[in-house]
Design a protein around this ligand. Structure first.
Ligand code: ATP
Ligand code: MG
Length: 389
C-alpha cells in the first residue's frame, strides 16, 4: 500500500457538535464500500486519509459517497522544500504550461507563512522548468498542505458527491414506484444523510413480476450511493379492488393515495422511520395539484418529504440520467397507479367527499392486513440491471 487518497469533508464540518459522529458514519460507509480492497483509513476532524494500492480506482468509487466535499490523490513527503519540489515536479502534468502554488499551513509550528512558502516553491519550479505562473486561471494548481500529520502535495482535486454521510439523520421511508421521480427523490434524501428504506405497493395480478423486478433493480442502483436500503413490498390488490368497486371513478386515485399514506405512516412507526419520502411534484398530474396534496396529506401527521416537489419534469429526468436510474424507470411495465386510471380524475378534490367515499367500504382491516403481509427484500444481488434492458 503505497498510494494515498485524502478526503475533505462536506457540509458536516459546519456542525461542530456532531462532527465526530458524522465522520465515524462516513468512515463506516467508506469501509463498507471498499470492503474488498486492501486499505487503511486514518482520520481526524479535518481530513480522512486512505492508504491503498490503486488510488485512482479508489477515487472513482468514492465519487458516489455522500459527505465528501472533495477527493485528492495526495503524496506525503518530508517537510523540506527540496523534497516538496522533487515530488511537485514529478506530479505536475508535463503537457500543461501554467501553474500556481497554494500552500495551506495548518501546522502553526511551521514558521514560514503560506504566501511566502508558495512564492518560494513557485520560484524554484520556475528556475527548474519551462512552466509559467498564472495565478488567475492556471492549468495546474499545485497544493501543499503542511499538517501535523505530515506534508502533502497534490495537483488534482475532484469534487465529491457532497451532502451528508448516509445514516446521520436516521431512517426515512421512501414510497418507491417504478417511475422516474421516486428513485430521484430517494437519491436526494440519501444525499441529506437519510437512511432510506423503500416501500412498494404491488397489485398482482394487475401488476406483474416484471414491474416488481424493476423496483428491485432501482433499489439496487440507488444503493450504490451508500444506501443500505431494504425494499418492503405491500400487497395492495384487495384495497385497490375495493376502491374500484365502491368509489366514484373521479376520486379513485385520491382515495388510493390516502390509503398508501395511511399504510406508509403505520409502517414507518413499525420500523422507526421518522419521515415519509416520495416523488410527488407539484402539478405534475391531477393527484399532485396542491388541492390533491392537501386531501391526501390529511390522513397523516408525519413529515412528508418531497425532494422533487418543485422540480420540472425535465430537471428530474436529467438527474435520473445522472444517477443511472432513468433507463430502468422508462421500461414499460404497468404500475398500480396506471391500472385503474380514471378518465377524468378530480383535480380539486374535496376532503369531505374523500372521507364520505372511503367510508363506503371497511378499509381499516384491509390496511391492517396489508401491513401484516408486507414482504421485505434485503438481497438484490440476483437482480441484474442489464437483464431488464
Ligand atoms: P414516479 O415517476 O415516481 O412513479 P409519477 O409521476 O408516476 O411518479 P404518481 O404515480 O402519481 O407519480 O406517484 C407519485 C408518487 O407516489 C411516486 O413518486 C411515488 O413516490 C409514490 N408511488 C406511486 N405509486 C407507487 C407504488 N406503486 N409504490 C410505492 N410508491 C408509489
Ligand atoms: Mg408512478
Amino acid at each position: 500500500m503505497n498510494e494515498l487518497i485524502m478526503i475533505k469533508y462536506g457540509e458536516l464540518t459546519t456542525k461542530k457538535a456532531n462532527r465526530k459522529m458524522f465522520i465515524k458514519i462516513l468512515n463506516d460507509n467508506i469501509e463498507k464500500l471498499l470492503k474488498d480492497e486492501n486499505i487503511n483509513i486514518t482520520k481526524n476532524s479535518v481530513r480522512m486519509y486512505i492508504e491503498c494500492e490503486d488510488a485512482n480506482k479508489i477515487k472513482e468509487k468514492l465519487k458516489k459517497v455522500f459527505g465528501i466535499y472533495s477527493i485528492v490523490v495526495a503524496y506525503k513527503v518530508n517537510n523540506n522544500i527540496e523534497d516538496v519540489l522533487e515530488k511537485s515536479l514529478e506530479i505536475m502534468d508535463k503537457n500543461k504550461r501554467t501553474f500556481k502554488v497554494v500552500t495551506k499551513r495548518a501546522d502553526k509550528n511551521f514558521k514560514t507563512p503560506s504566501m511566502e512558502y508558495s512564492s518560494k516553491l513557485g520560484g524554484l519550479i520556475l528556475k527548474n522548468t519551462d512552466y509559467k505562473v498564472d495565478v488567475h486561471s492556471p492549468d495546474i494548481t499545485l497544493t501543499v498542505e503542511i499538517r501535523t500529520t505530515g506534508t502533502y502535495v497534490y495537483t488534482d482535486e475532484v469534487l465529491g458527491a457532497g451532502g451528508y454521510p448516509v445514516g446521520v439523520q436516521g431512517k426515512g421511508l421512501l414510497m418507491l414506484s417504478g417511475g422516474i421521480d421516486s428513485p430521484v427523490a430517494g437519491y436526494l434524501a440519501l444525499k441529506r444523510g437519510v437512511n432510506v428504506e423503500g416501500l412498494y405497493f404491488e397489485s398482482p395480478p394487475h401488476t406483474s413480476e416484471e414491474a416488481k423486478n424493476k423496483v428491485k433493480t432501482l433499489t439496487k442502483i440507488i444503493n450504490e450511493y451508500s444506501g443500505k436500503m431494504k425494499l418492503h413490498i405491500v400487497p395492495f390488490t384487495k384495497i385497490q379492488e375495493e376502491i374500484y368497486k365502491n368509489c366514484p371513478e373521479t376520486y379513485m386515485i385520491t382515495i388510493m393515495r390516502r390509503m398508501m399514506y395511511r399504510i406508509a405512516e403505520k409502517y414507518s412507526k413499525k420500523i422507526n422511520a421518522k419521515a415519509i419520502i416520495n416523488g410527488e411534484s407539484i402539478g405534475q398530474v391531477a393527484s399532485q395539484t396542491l388541492d390533491s396534496l392537501m386531501c391526501v396529506n390529511n390522513v397523516t401527521n408525519m413529515p412528508i418529504i418531497r425532494p422533487v416537489a418543485c422540480f420540472d419534469k425535465l430537471e428530474i429526468i436529467e438527474l435520473a440520467k445522472k444517477i443511472n436510474t432513468y433507463e430502468t424507470s422508462i421500461l414499460p411495465y404497468e404500475d398500480c397507479c396506471t391500472i385503474f386510471v380514471p378518465k377524468h380524475p378530480v383535480i380539486k378534490p374535496e376532503l369531505e367527499k374523500c372521507i364520505e367515499y372511503e367510508n363506503l367500504f371497511d378499509f381499516k382491516p384491509l390496511i391492517e392486513d396489508a401491513i401484516n403481509n408486507i414482504e421485505t427484500i434485503t438481497n438484490f444481488d440476483e437482480n441484474k440491471f442489464e437483464d431488464l434492458l
